[in-house]
Design a protein around this ligand. Sequence first.
Ligand SMILES: Cc1cc2nc3c(=O)[nH]c(=O)nc-3n(C[C@H](O)[C@H](O)[C@H](O)COP(=O)(O)O)c2cc1C
Length: 208
Amino acid sequence: MNIYETINKRRTVRDFTEKLIDTEIIHRILDAGLKAPSNDHMRSWEFIIVNDMPTRLKLIDKVNKNFTREQITEILDSWKANDQCQREMYYDGIPKQYNMLLTAGCLIIPCFRQDYPLLSPSSLSSLNGFASIWLCIENILLAAAAEGIFGVTRIPFETEQPHIKAVLNIPSNYEVPCYLALGYPKDEPNKIKQIQINVKDRIHLTWW
Ligand SMILES: Cc1cc2nc3c(=O)[nH]c(=O)nc-3n(C[C@H](O)[C@H](O)[C@H](O)COP(=O)(O)O)c2cc1C
């Protein structure tokens, strides 16, 4: 599969079959992650694979399990999320947060080295470590798509962050950008409509 086919194929998937992912495939996908650009050349990234069920259950314990449609509407209105396509994604995605982490064929917790507080950056370059790990994650998602494996990134809420670090024994100078749930899709990956963007509408020649 060429790179454009893979990019076009990758979609966020939150419903997985029970099929586990071969360790060799996981290694291949994570190795693709480790090929991503890194601000300091060091690729100070570690991956915790949480497929042991009692540990996974403990890890995701603080993720909200129940949302009514009314609650989601309230959230979306407070975010001023007015686009219909965007709202449909959230109505589909928000109630799946707990279950997608629970049922993923492989749950990965990526970690990146962060030697000073991430949440009080003094400049854009203070965020380079955070920016770099997301390039790594995109490489992983693309490599996974090329293998017929899809997934989703969930950003941990504030209460989830210290819990993840405590449960998984993560050193204090490492941060977790997201949970990365991967698996074989239960339905057609393109179930949720994409926002259609014409590239020419986003290109500015010489000036904005
Ligand atoms: C930084 C980032 C944070 C995201 N956070 C979540 C999340 O917390 N929960 C979730 O279900 N999806 C999350 N997503 C997935 C997005 O909802 C998804 O990428 C978006 O709707 C576009 O759909 P696509 O990935 O299928 O193209 C996140 C994606 C990114 C890039």
